[in-house]
Ligand binder design. Sequence first.
Ligand code: ZN
Length: 474
Amino acid sequence: MAMNKTSILANNILTTEGWLSDQLLTIEDGIITSISTLNSSPDSVEQQSPTNDLKTKIPADCKVNYLIPGMPNMHSHGFQWALSGLAENYSRADDSFWSWRQLMYKFLQILQPEDLEIIAQALYVDMLKSGYTSVGEFHYLHNDCSGSPFQQKELLSITMIEAALKVGISICHLPVLYQYAGFNKQLLEKNQQRFFLSNNNFITVVENLRQQYQHHSMVNIGFAPHSLRAVDIENLVEIEQLLATDKPVHIHISEQKLEVDSCITHFKKRPVELLYEKLDIDHKWSLIHATHTDENEIRLMANSDATVGLCITTEANLGDGFFNMDSFSKSNGSWGIGSDSHISIDAVEELRWLEYGQRLQLKQRACYASENKKNTSQNLYLDAVKGGAKSLGFKQGDIAVGEKADFVSLTVPYCYQELTPEQILSKWIFSKRENWIESVMVSGCWVVKNKQHILDDFLRENYAKILNKILSNC
Ligand SMILES: [Zn+2]
């Protein structure tokens, strides 16, 4: 098979070592194979060759100004995007996550596979345009509208994976085990039947998907127990052993205070404590939200090398609470970000509000920075990329040789041309007003160019039809 090769000249690139200027990157079959410094301005095509002393014409296919790593989106429930912004009216005095969930259940009574396909494609294009180059799809929608399994049990999983591939975003697909409505094996409600898979069917779904996509470099198949309230912990221990590989495992944990209280009532333990007591939690695990965790749980998570998935805008929208980032970062915990319900699809907004949440609580500034690492924006961005990449099992944690070629190129307003790259990143994260993302590369292919995606026209029309269907039925 012919090798797919391309090259990029970048005035500035952001790496885990900091900013580098005037770099030539070579990419082969989606992987960065060389990065070298140019001796003079990249505007000239006559350059000193990086590999020998001969004057040679540099084979750069494009030039960019600011190139930064693509951001992994750790946590997505794709279908929920169609609902975002539609549950913002008063419904009752104690309105919370639980009342939002009722709207979601109503929507699931009408959602068909062909609707899901369009929603997922439109969502993933939006993610790319916002700088996310991979997504962790936490997928719990398995059955048809009546709650019965499809003939092909993994049909809706395949719908999501094929949508991602068509759009050009890498996907870590996480089929979800969701069997109970509450801690003491409460039976699922009627409107939760679309989520149910028996143990055997669940294992079949995961194994079939692993078989089907085993050679695809843009697809990873992990799995996800939904939460400790929706699975039986002893059953989870058995399933985890049966599916044990080095693939990612994600779980919602301690998102709601009510959930923590129920866990203590039932098990006399807090959720994270219980999880660590029963299972061997390591680097392949991601704990989504972990909002209501105490100091002992923070220490357990940080020491285990699991990644915490923070979904700040969704957590804010649902009124969940604040994650204790101060303690967790002081313990060198690994974390990433996710857009979850997709109330916002914007990595910048997630990072900005993660920092602002800490500032508002601690009454301090520059919370995610220190004497040795002074730039808050750079610390936030690079740590979210690194944690997210580990969580999804993709080698995209840095712009470095051997890593996946997942990049975002930024166009910066003319008035900022004299700023340093560090200042540009801070302008982008803390004060940008418009989208600076010009182009996005995933696995060596430019999937967004000049802010456009090839599916834009198709999706504009077809996604509108789905929204109309929701508005007239929910
Ligand atoms: Zn979630």
